[in-house]
Ligand binder design. Structure first.
Ligand SMILES: [Zn+2]
Length: 266
């Protein structure tokens, strides 16, 4: 036993895309490419503190990028009883556009980020179009502004943020991506975010095509499992299966938000 207070953990789907192009099919068979992809933000709720993991994008960004916007992440959090404008801690797994927009929704938040992710998003890698394809310059410059506002907590490697919640550098998809490990009633749960987009990425060691370093990504897949109490306790970042495998967060939120610290369905 750890003696830790378990957190509640929720996944909230704010956007989706039903058809994916073949450029998303790196190392997958051609006939496997038409997978839907879901976009989530996550909430980690303790007795004293609430953590939001990733902040998603807004409706104009969905239109710009051809995604189907379902509901504002701030409104989704409110439906769970979380006042987004009072949240004090936001963990950004990385700085891709689908994970770090919507800054105005979190005016009181401190943003937790890996040193290496800021280096990646503001340094020489961004000279290459293929490396910056999933970044938006406004998101990155907003994060630089947050640094100058004194509202960014930088982390290097593995750090405990509070008892029962820690971040872990998991390079591969980007240079500085991090996952979040949380103590729950299921044991150690790992929010992989885009360390592994789909269950199949980690189960079959097939990298997602947007990648900074393939071998590092494959190693990070393995490290996700080591951090979790059980392989089923690793939650990928974009898999529509997540909404199917867990019960609704509360009545009325079927197909919208699920509770990840509950036992999987079936
Ligand atoms: Zn993503």
């Amino acid at each position: 036993m750890t003696g830790l207070e378990p957190y509640e953990v929720y996944a909230l789907r704010y956007a989706t895309m039903q058809k994916r192009s073949s450029r998303d099919s790196f190392m997958f068979d051609e006939h496997e490419t038409n997978w839907p992809i879901d976009y989530f933000v996550f909430a980690v709720v303790g007795k004293k503190r609430t953590w939001v993991v990733d902040t998603g994008f807004d409706k104009p960004m969905a239109e710009k990028r051809g995604r189907t916007f379902l509901e504002c992440p701030g409104d989704l959090l409110k439906r769970l009883g979380i006042a987004h404008d009072r949240v004090e801690d936001v963990i950004l797994t990385h700085l891709h556009y689908d994970h770090c927009g919507n800054h105005p929704l979190f005016p009181k938040a401190r943003f937790h980020l890996q040193d290496k992710e800021m280096e990646f998003a503001t340094g020489r890698c961004m000279c290459h179009k293929v490396m910056r394809i999933a970044f938006e310059v406004e998101d990155v410059t907003n994060m630089v502004r947050r640094v100058f506002d004194g509202r960014v907590a930088f982390h290097q490697g593995e750090e405990e943020l509070a008892p029962g919640i820690s971040v872990h550098h998991m390079p591969g998809h980007t240079m500085g991506i991090q996952c979040v490990r949380v103590w729950t009633r299921r044991g150690w749960l790992v929010l992989a975010a885009d360390v592994a987009h789909f269950y199949r990425n980690m189960e079959e060691a097939k990298p997602f095509p947007i990648v900074w370093n393939v071998p590092e990504m494959l190693e990070s897949h393995k490290r996700l499992y080591k951090l979790a109490s059980d392989p089923a306790c690793v939650i990928p970042g974009h898999d529509p299966e997540v909404l199917k495998r867990y019960p609704a967060a509360k009545p009325g939120l079927d197909g919208i938000a699920v509770r990840l610290d509950a036992d999987p369905i079936g």
